[in-house]
Design a protein around this ligand. Structure first.
Ligand code: TNX
Length: 663
């Protein structure tokens, strides 16, 4: 039974698991206490078992077994270790000299030059999401994967093996085929080859993430100048196969894919989404699972909102109070200081490594100078002299206005030490190039914001990181190259001034307007009505139908050119991610739901819109075409086990073996 086809059966199940279903505060509070009693005094949360959750957990564990940890993989590769029965990595030093992948029909030269003449995908083409730049059905025969199919790699890039392992692990789980990587015998067919190779010499659009994919009766070749491009090609390959390919258990079907030529590269560099683990905590396994889900859409950044008024979620060795005190609450939790919700440094690294194996960069956000009650309750010196520090993190769902002290010599010194320490500490754990420093919704003056930015920039610069922040940062001075995430729902007022100031100072922009990209907003056409609606509802069409370069304009003139837009991002804020807080703060009655159910339901399908806006050429933008392809994506999510809202705006194509309930 699919988890997200919500009906009375699943509602009863959910209600019995997590919380009250009638929305009364009293019952919600009791339900919360019952649920939180099962939370260990550590960062790993254990919720009451329920069948769906156990199944998910089992799935994560199975996947983790199938996917080989990178460190082990790289070590094995370096050592050139031989294949053993228990070792899913078949990486060997011995190279295949010739194989089915050398067949002449698997040549991409014509397709690459056609693609560079302009985007083109025929109307009748396999359903891909995001839609590629160029696609052509070729005259050749389809290819069918068999138990003797092999994976071959060629070229050098230290991350090539990650793409190959991911391909092997995913295909192996559902086909049951062994799919050795670079086995000594060359006569096995068909083959899937991942090859590091230039497509169009030095072309800046293709180099970081572009790829070509050619399939024909002998196999499939994916070529790219980078391992990341190969991984993107692998995601396309999965979408060309039957949806059951996403299953974590062995399935029987005809694993064939059509003969096609695809050449593809992203429109924007940054295609991201944000997960707020401060308002509601998500366990390491939940975050990893979310990473696996977003990777299917070629999303390449996960921004983790690690701190806010309601919680601080990462260990900073120099300030143990940040997790002793700062991690003692979540939105809506009673602040009885009995629980702690945070990631140890090892756990954070584990998340970063897992993300890396899916070519996703983690962008950690340390909020300030506002939205920082949890930090100020933990470190009393952050408030100005004479100001009473907050006693605990806040547990309501509002915004707390006090900001770090950014005035007076002694006070500034304390704030500066704290900021530099925290940024240096998080930078040391983060291989990605960005540190996000918040800056939204504060009472900070331009001068105070400038002090805040300069201090953070010094620490980030020393760690060779680029600053990222919400648009409000540009009310003060910012370093050139700063990445501003524009979140305001409109293009007017002080937010527009900030965008203009940012532009003048050399910022690059990630468009994340609340009105179109926020995943915590009500769909407006679903029966559950979960989420905020402070800037309106966001149905799927609204999440898709906007243009990043046209969002910011003054008197009808667009502010941003194509190159000013660094990318697009969605955001899942989580004040409402637990049923009891949703019921208590929204006043709406709701069935109980665990946070991960909320996260998936609110994220999918809307994240697909952001993914396509970020990836596909502007000229390919079409709601009518998108909604058909989105309908086909449903079957893939079903097979993967991703919960999603089956919006009535879309005709969902379902696999015949999915159990559909009356709605
Ligand atoms: C605004 S957007 C916020 C968040 C809230 C969100 C709720 C932004 C940068 N700040 O603190 O969680 O709205 O939709």
């Amino acid at each position: 039974m699919n988890r997200f086809i919500l009906n009375t059966v699943s509602l009863t199940l959910l209600c019995s698991v997590a919380a009250s279903c009638n929305g009364s505060e009293d019952k919600a509070e009791k339900a919360y206490k019952a649920a939180s009693a099962t939370f260990a005094e550590s960062s790993e949360r254990i919720t009451k078992p329920d069948t769906d959750r156990q199944r998910d957990q089992a799935k994560i564990e199975r996947q983790n077994q199938t996917m080989v940890p990178i460190t082990q993989t790289l070590k094995d590769t370096e050592a050139g270790s031989a294949e053993t029965a228990n070792q899913p990595v078949d990486a060997q030093t011995e190279k295949v000299t010739a194989s089915a992948c050398d067949a002449p029909e698997l040549d991409d030269i014509a397709a690459v030059s056609a693609a560079f003449k302009g985007p083109s995908v025929p109307k009748k083409f396999p359903s891909l999401l995001p839609v590629p730049v160029y696609g052509q059905v070729s005259a050749g025969e389809a290819v069918t994967l068999t138990p003797s199919t092999i994976i071959q790699t060629q070229g050098s890039d230290e991350k090539l093996i990650l793409a190959a392992n991911y391909l092997q692990g995913t295909l192996r789980a559902s086909t049951g085929f062994s799919l050795p990587i670079n086995p000594p015998a060359a006569d096995k067919a068909p083959c899937i080859k991942l090859e590091i190779r230039e497509l169009k010499d030095g072309d800046a659009r293709v180099a970081p993430e572009g790829y070509s994919l050619i399939s024909g009766k002998n196999g499939v070749i994916i070529r790219s100048p980078s391992a990341h491009g190969l991984f993107n090609g692998v995601q396309t390959l999965l979408q060309l196969l039957p949806p059951k390919i996403y299953s974590s258990t062995v399935q029987t079907t005809n694993w064939s894919l059509p003969a096609v030529n695809i050449v593809d590269w992203p429109r924007f560099t940054y295609r991201g989404t944000m997960l707020d683990v401060a308002r509601t905590f998500f366990t390491v396994n939940e975050v990893k699972r979310y990473i696996d889900e977003i990777a299917l859409l070629k999303i390449n950044h996960l921004h983790l909102h690690l701190t806010d008024d309601q919680g601080w979620r990462i260990v900073i060795d120099e300030y143990p109070a940040l997790t002793q005190m700062g991690a003692s609450a979540q939105t809506g939790s009673p602040s009885d200081l009995k629980q702690r919700w945070f990631y140890t440094r090892e756990q954070y690294k584990d998340i970063v490594t897992h993300a890396g194996s899916r070519f996703i960069t983690i962008v950690p956000e340390i909020e300030g100078p506002g939205h920082a009650t949890a930090a100020m309750a933990s470190i009393p010196g952050l408030t100005c002299d004479g100001q009473k520090p907050p006693a605990t993190p806040t547990t309501d769902n509002g915004v707390n206005t006090p900001i770090y002290c950014l005035g007076g010599e002694a006070n500034i010194a304390r704030t500066k030490t704290y900021l530099k320490t925290v940024i240096t500490s998080i930078a040391a754990l983060t291989p990605g190039p960005y540190i996000h420093i918040g800056s939204d919704e504060t009472s900070a003056s331009a001068e105070q914001m400038t002090i805040y930015t300069a201090t953070a920039a010094e620490a980030a610069g020393a760690a060779k990181k680029t600053l990222m922040a919400w648009n409000e940062l540009a009310k003060g001075k910012i370093p050139a190259g700063t990445i501003l995430a524009y979140w305001a729902p409109s293009s007017s007022g002080h937010n527009l001034n900030e965008a203009e100031s940012g532009l003048k100072q050399g910022a690059r922009f990630v468009l994340s307007p609340a009105s179109h990209t926020y995943l915590d907003f009500e769909y407006g056409n679903d029966p559950l009505d979960w989420g905020h609606s402070w800037a309106g509802n966001i149905d799927v069409k609204k999440s898709y139908d906007w243009e990043p370069t046209a969002f910011l304009n003054r008197n009808g003139k667009n502010l941003l050119s194509e190159t000013d837009v660094f990318g697009v991002s969605s955001a899942l804020w989580t004040e409402y991610a637990r049923s009891q807080t949703f019921a208590a703060f929204s006043g709406k009655s709701t069935p109980g739901f665990p946070p991960m159910i909320y996260a998936e339901y609110m994220t999918f399908p809307r994240l697909a819109s952001t993914a396509e806006l970020g990836w596909s050429p502007k000229v390919s933008h079409s709601w009518d075409a998108f909604r058909v392809r989105l309908g086909d994506q449903g079957a893939r999510w079903e097979a993967f086990g991703v919960g999603y809202f089956r919006s009535p705006e879309v005709s969902w194509t379902l696999p015949s073996d999915v159990f559909v309930l009356d709605q």
